[in-house]
Ligand binder design. Structure first.
Ligand code: ADP
Ligand code: MG
Ligand code: ZN
Length: 520
């Protein structure tokens, strides 16, 4: 079957469909096909005041606001401004809201389009829309183009011939547009996604979405602030304690909290009360909780305990072992995207060389999570999967590449599968014999085992401190590296006051020094 036959068939079908809806409407429908469906909002009224509990993200976006408001100053200095800013975070955390607030703060136009608008369209229509969108944006610069649900452009793959091709073309057009303008034109592209791992890698190259901003689920204090924003305009009984509501809603995103306030108000109305009381809030929490549990988004207390010890295992090893990467913060705020907890390492200066003992420390830090599970929970969990893979990789490199094992100085090729490199045929020829292969396996095993032992010993010696830290972490949901060092009786580090966070891509960390995540 010829693809163009399908296309013609569909065009005819759609034309008939449009005609059946009345003459004028039909014409407009067809003529506006290639036009961007983007909504232009010239006077965005949302500001940073309407977004709470995501202070780090706001801080990072202030630069964008400043640029939009004073593009000349940046141009004069020749300062390079990011072309694309990608907001990454679980659903309902306020990504869309933040993008609007950036435009609102800068008082500049805002062109909003959603990735899902492009799915199931004719080939070429999406691309035409993107072209049209950027054309308009350039005419009104400085301004923001916001692409919501960017991943929808990457999700259509495999959903049928037409939508696949459509996706490719739309994506390509987006890349062309982003490459084709100078940042000094003043168009800043913002996009949002909750699934950064499925994005086409081409989008993340320099000159495209080269800046990523993490928009996280809020911690307790943030939740209280968000609740406070949303109860404006709701008649509250004075006895309502939002602090307490915040304490009872770990894992709730901003949208869940907005939903919670609305549920409480609805309940009060149904009961013909003059004010919303704590009783309605209690019941609303239960309702929203049930909904979230059904969606599998909430973590049970037992899981939280495992996550807390696991993350502290990494963090305490990182702080105690020589040459390991210092800790920025440890968090057990659920992050969606499969990660239950996170240890953020501060990136030390760029490393070109690493010593054997530093690599051993690194293996021990990676296995610190598992070691803590064994020590404090009594059995291993699936959460360490990623850690184990990374530790194995390092141990294998130490044996095969760096001559850091009992096998001496020669190097050993890693066996490559035909799947990875089809030109090699079935499998690449090994550069060593079967007996050596056994020895290599043994050495890798030994390095990993030693790393686990080192981590276990480190944690065992500090059992009481780790337990105390876990209690705090479960309560406060996050701890800074400084707090952990204090508890361990270690001095503060010099750069302690610099607050920049190392990770740019927290959930898909390819290398060991990057932050540590664990699949659920
Ligand atoms: P996302 O785009 O991350 O899925 P949205 O920006 O669409 O989330 O949020 C949906 C709604 O939830 C917002 O319109 C707002 O009412 C509420 N909300 C979400 N996050 C926040 C926040 N951080 N502060 C205040 N309100 C929020
Ligand atoms: Mg959104
Ligand atoms: Zn881990």
């Amino acid at each position: 079957m010829h693809a163009w036959l399908i296309v013609i068939g569909l065009v005819v079908f759609l034309w008939l469909w449009y005609s059946s809806r009345g003459g004028a409407a039909a014409q407009r429908g067809i003529l506006s096909f290639g036009k961007s469906r983007a909504r232009e909002v010239t006077e965005e009224t949302v500001t940073f005041e309407d977004v709470a509990g995501v202070d780090e993200a706001k801080e990072e976006l202030k630069e964008v606001v400043d640029f939009l408001a004073n593009p000349d100053r940046y141009a004069q200095l020749g300062a390079r401004i990011p072309k694309g800013v990608l907001l990454v975070g679980p659903p309902g955390t306020g990504k869309t809201l933040l993008a609007r607030a950036v435009a609102g703060e800068a008082k500049r136009p805002f062109y909003h389009i959603s990735g899902s608008d492009f799915v199931e369209m004719f080939v070429g229509v999406g691309a035409a829309r993107v072209r049209d969108l950027f054309q308009k944006a350039r005419e009104h610069a400085p301004c923001i183009v916001f692409i919501d649900e960017l991943d929808a452009l990457g999700k259509a793959r495999g959903a049928g011939v037409i939508s696949h091709e459509e996706r490719e073309q739309t994506l390509n057009q987006l890349l062309v547009e982003m490459d084709g303008f100078d940042p000094s034109t003043g168009v800043i592209v913002m996009a949002a996604t909750n699934r950064p791992e499925i994005l086409d890698q081409a989008l993340l190259r320099p000159g495209r979405f080269d800046r990523q901003v993490l928009v996280d689920r809020p911690e307790k204090e943030g939740r209280r602030k968000i609740l406070e924003l949303h109860v404006k305009g709701v008649t509250l009984d004075p006895a309502v304690d939002l602090e307490q509501v915040a304490a009872r809603t770990p894992g709730f995103a901003g949208a869940d909290l907005a939903n919670l306030v609305n549920e409480a108000a609805l309940l009060a109305a149904r009961r013909r009360k003059a004010k919303v009381t704590m009783e309605e809030f209690d019941e609303a929490v239960e309702r929203v909780l049930v909904g979230l549990e059904k969606k599998g988004r909430l973590v049970s207390p037992a899981e939280r305990r495992i996550v807390a010890f696991h993350e502290l295992g990494h963090a305490v090893c990182a702080e105690t072992l020589p040459g390991a990467d210092p800790v920025q913060k440890v968090s057990i705020v659920p992050r969606g995207m499969g990660a239950l907890g996170l240890t953020w390492h501060r990136l030390a200066e760029d490393r070109y060389l690493m010593t054997a003992s530093e690599l051993q420390s690194r293996i021990a830090v990676l296995l610190g999570g598992r070691a803590a599970e064994l020590l404090f929970i009594g059995e291993p969990s699936t959460g360490a999967h990623d850690d184990l893979a990374k530790a194995t990789e390092i141990a294998s490199d130490m044996v095969r590449k760096y001559g850091m094992s009992q096998l001496g100085l020669r190097t050993f090729e890693r066996p490559r599968m035909a799947m990875v490199n089809p030109e090699l045929g079935a499998a690449s020829p090994r550069d060593h014999g079967d007996e050596t292969a056994v020895s290599i396996d043994k050495e890798v095993d030994r390095l990993i085992q030693e790393g686990l032992e080192l981590a276990r010993k480190t944690l065992e010696e500090r059992r009481a401190v780790v337990e105390a830290l876990a209690t705090r972490l479960l309560d406060e949901q996050q701890l800074s590296g400084l707090e952990i060092r204090r508890a361990l009786g270690l001095p503060a580090r010099e750069q302690e006051n610099r607050s920049e966070l190392a990770p740019r891509k927290p959930e898909a960390a390819p290398e060991a020094p990057d932050p540590e995540t664990k699949p659920a």
